[in-house]
Design a protein around this ligand. Structure first.
Ligand code: ATP
Ligand code: MG
Length: 260
């Protein structure tokens, strides 16, 4: 297998009992790009992410991440990646700051306090830093979760439904972070149910359906798969999101929510 790509899979299969979930997944993610993996509930997105992050073994096929084979070089893969799972992994007993310090210590970084302070500021969590995360809102938890996953600057990041359940402001915050990371050369594989999220963030989009990648390409390439839309003249109405954000404000609602 070549190692020129950040993520590469060939013919990955996985079954749970007699349920065949992945039937031969072939995927390539060039370094420094964002790939959005789309698929309906139960399509196998989380399963694929778990295989790529070495939490689960494929039945057959091969996969490499950052040039390392997920089956035979799992430790090296783990050193190169970070995973933000579909369900937030923060420790509720600890404060936001303690969670970050803990991860920085586990990653053996120098000055864990400073790492924590920087991330708290970046993710707008300074005011909540000394509170137990059990008291955080869903959006705050998710932001903390992503902040934790960035500690140590892993070159490859897996984000499994990073914005599910977030309000529009928090979601924009996550999007901004993903763009920033991609701009600095991090490779991101994210799964999402939100097509707009894929449009906004992804360099390339892959659609997982019935165990295989049935379409892959840039948004423009995917659009070409469909016949050109007939031109209709309609008055452009603002989207609900635009209305919501203009009423609530892009920044104020977020910080008010945090201080609750
Ligand atoms: N540990 C497991 N044991 C048995 N079946 C499982 C297990 N994990 C997942 N499955 C099944 O495999 C299929 C794919 O699950 P997976 O979580 O990968 O889908 P997904 O695309 O991430 O879905 P969602 O959009 O709901 O997160 C589902 O039918 C699920 O019920
Ligand atoms: Mg999932």
């Amino acid at each position: 297998m070549t190692t020129s790509h950040a993520i590469e899979t060939v013919g990955l299969t996985k079954a749970y009992g007699d349920q065949q979930v992945l039937r031969g997944v072939d995927l390539v993610v060039p370094r420094g790009t964002v790939l959005a993996l789309l698929g309906s509930n139960g399509a196998g997105k989380t399963t694929a992410v778990r295989i790529l992050s070495t939490l689960l073994r494929a039945d057959s096929g091969s996969a490499s991440v950052d040039g390392h084979d997920v089956a035979t070089e799992a430790a090296r893969v783990r050193a190169s990646i970070s995973l933000t799972g579909q369900f937030a992994a923060v420790d509720e007993i600890l404060t936001g700051r303690e969670n970050l310090v803990l991860v920085a210590e586990l990653r053996r970084l120098e000055r864990p306090d400073r790492v924590a302070d920087e991330l708290l500021a970046r993710f707008d969590l300074v005011d909540a830093a000394e509170r137990r995360t059990a008291t955080y809102s869903g959006g705050m938890r998710r932001r903390l979760d992503i902040a934790m996953s960035l500690i140590g600057d892993p070159p490859v990041l897996f984000l499994d439904e990073p914005t599910t359940g977030l309000d529009p402001q928090s979601r924009n915050e996550v999007w901004r972070t993903v763009r920033e990371l991609a701009g600095h050369g991090t490779t991101v594989l994210l799964t999402t149910q939100y097509l707009e999220e894929a449009e906004q963030l992804a360099d390339r989009i892959a659609i997982l359906h019935e165990g295989r990648i049935i379409a892959e390409g840039t948004l423009a390439e995917l659009r070409q798969l469909f016949p050109p839309a007939t031109v209709e003249y309609v008055e452009k109405q603002p989207t609900l999101e635009e209305v919501f954000l203009s009423i609530v404000g892009h920044d104020t609602a977020l910080s008010q929510g945090d201080q609750r």
